[in-house]
Design a protein. Structure first.
Length: 569
């Protein structure tokens, strides 16, 4: 009876895992893996028109017209007869495209990071495109004034001078846009690029050229389509979407789906922090100075277009006077050391989830190792070696318990066969054997469970680190962030996983024994589509585990042989 119950529980557990996986795929916007027809049709809710708490329509989030969002992602003309011009500027880190319409930044290529990832040696070295406007992808940085009929990011602006590139030996480059007078106000935007820095200084100077005092508000926003990255697979996904950071609530991710449903929760009023748009490996962020009061917002402005930003009020500007507001725009890779120097909490856009407290020191150690070996693949191998060494005695305790279990397993199997008609006596005899041999059936589980958070944290370190992009290891592995094209590493991992399983004692129940073998096989199939760096880490862990188990089994006089279930029974 107990065996039947266990069998039913294992079947229920396996089916539950399949159903949960399919629901997780649907939740992340992917097609279901096992039941393709199970995804319900989703109807996008109407865009929310709510404003931040305490804000009016004129003082709140820019309206749909102001944000320039029209169906199909087209941009309406700023004024009859006006023709928007594009201006290209190149620095040591960026190739940028500005739009004369609002002086917005509508294109940004990162020259130090290649666009295409993959294992091909012939892959293109075209720079990675972060910001873009046109085609299927929209991702831009915009600013303007609200609170009256003032210049917005739809207002035509004129480029002052003709800056095209950061010359050799030049440390700074300024790009300056000026608007015409609108409502008695002129807006001057000055972008300052500094050699070697991914954060761009952005100064907004508001000039009152009218005859009455004005009190405009400045908005800074990032606008992006809500599509997922093409690099994601059905077996793992990373966060793509807006984020808000404040000293009060720290890092708050905002799902596109929650914005659509008007259920996004984040700090709306703050005097510190930043707003960001995050994707795998890269991010953008608007940063106002600490102490500058701002209203944060996140909203849907079109079918698949979302905005996150901040609004800050300027003090009254008298006729003939002007007022400036300093801010910074970060555009770049999620390099932890760089992010930490730019602003407090900006490194959190590299999201390790709830295991950040473990992941950060692991990344620090990985980076230190890389400083010596100058190869991220070997750095992964050495990091896993160090972790296994740190847990050596804990693992030894688990493997000794497994070795004892394997040693008495023939007695257990003989007793189960002899007493299979009397399950109650079978349980009593089994507990008696455990007491006589001083074996704890769960003794091998607890030491391993303690280590699971560390290895999950390392998994997220390797998945999140932009350093893995296009990083070679050996031979055909030229990109640790993409799957092995020949499936050699996943096959090696599958073999080592099965060897490791074979070294463990089989459960007394035949069905459990079969499932113990099938689960690693199913797990290994997933890794055929995982980045090579993650598979390499798992292979290293498996090989070290097998070696330690073999040594301990030999020291305890337990024959080193594989335990195979009877699949024919």
């Amino acid at each position: 009876m107990n065996d039947i119950r266990r069998s039913i529980l294992w079947v229920v557990f396996g089916l539950s895992m399949v159903l949960i996986w399919d629901k997780w795929q649907i939740h992340n916007g992917h097609k279901p893996t096992f039941f393709p027809g199970s995804a319900p049709a989703v109807t996008a809710p109407a865009a929310s028109t709510s404003q931040p708490a305490g804000g009016s329509q004129s003082a709140g989030v820019p309206t749909a017209a102001q944000t320039g969002a029209t169906p199909g992602g087209e941009t309406p003309a700023a004024a009859p007869g006006a023709v928007a011009q594009r201006h290209e500027v190149t620095t040591d880190l960026f190739k940028l495209v500005f739009n004369s319409e609002g002086g917005s930044l509508i294109g940004a290529e990162l020259l130090k990071h290649a666009e295409a990832t993959g294992q091909s040696k012939d892959k293109t070295e075209r720079p990675f495109t972060l910001l873009a406007q046109g085609g299927e992808h929209i991702y831009v940085a915009q600013t303007g004034l609200i609170g009256g009929n003032f210049p917005t990011h739809k207002t035509p602006m004129t480029l002052v001078g003709n800056p095209t590139s950061l010359a050799d030996g030049q440390n700074e480059l300024q790009v300056r846009f000026e608007s015409a007078e609108v409502g008695g106000v002129k807006l001057v935007k000055t972008y300052t690029f500094t050699r070697g820095r991914y954060d761009i200084g952005v100064q907004h100077e508001v000039q009152n050229v009218g005859s009455q005092a004005v009190t405009p508000q400045l908005y800074l926003q990032l606008v992006r389509d809500g599509s997922k990255l093409s690099s994601e697979t059905p077996f793992y996904s990373t966060f793509t979407g807006p984020a808000v950071y404040t000293a009060e609530k720290k890092y708050q991710k905002i799902e596109f789906a929650n914005i659509e449903k008007n259920k996004a929760e984040f700090v709306k009023s703050a005097s510190d922090g930043y707003v960001a748009m995050v994707q795998h490996y890269f991010a953008s962020a608007w940063l106002l100075g600490d102490g500058v009061a701002r209203e944060n917002f996140a909203r849907k402005i079109d079918n698949n277009l979302f905005a996150v930003g901040s609004i800050t009020a300027l003090t009254a500007i008298e006729p003939g006077q002007s007022q400036s507001q300093q801010s910074r725009l970060f555009l770049g890779p999620q390099e932890e050391k760089v992010l930490e120097t730019i602003a407090p909490g900006l490194e959190l856009v590299k999201d390790y989830g709830w295991l950040t407290i473990l992941a950060k020191p692991l990344y620090w150690l990985l980076e230190k190792i890389h400083g010596y070996v100058a190869n991220w693949g070997w750095s992964i191998v050495l990091l896993v070696v160090l972790i296994k060494a740190a847990f050596y005695w804990l693992n030894a305790s688990a493997y000794r318990s497994m070795a004892k279990m394997k040693k008495i397993n023939p007695r257990i199997m003989e007793m189960r066969e002899r007493l299979k008609g009397n399950p109650q006596q079978m349980q009593q005899e089994m507990m008696k054997i455990y007491r006589e041999e001083k074996v704890n059936p769960l003794g091998g589980c607890f030491p391993i469970l303690i280590q699971i958070p560390v290895f999950i944290a390392l998994y997220w370190v390797l998945l999140s680190s932009v350093e893995m992009r296009n990083a070679p290891w050996v031979g055909w592995i030229t990109d640790l962030s993409s799957p092995d094209p020949y499936f050699i590493l996943p096959l090696v991992m599958a073999v080592t996983t099965l060897i490791q399983t074979a070294l463990n004692p089989l459960p007394p129940d035949p069905l459990q024994a079969k499932l113990m073998w099938l689960m690693p096989l199913m797990f290994s199939v997933m890794f055929f589509f995982f980045p090579s760096g993650l598979v390499l880490y798992w292979i290293t862990n498996n090989v070290l585990t097998i070696a330690q188990q073999a040594v301990i089994n030999k020291s305890m006089g337990v024959p080193l042989k594989f335990s195979m279930p009877n699949f024919k029974a």
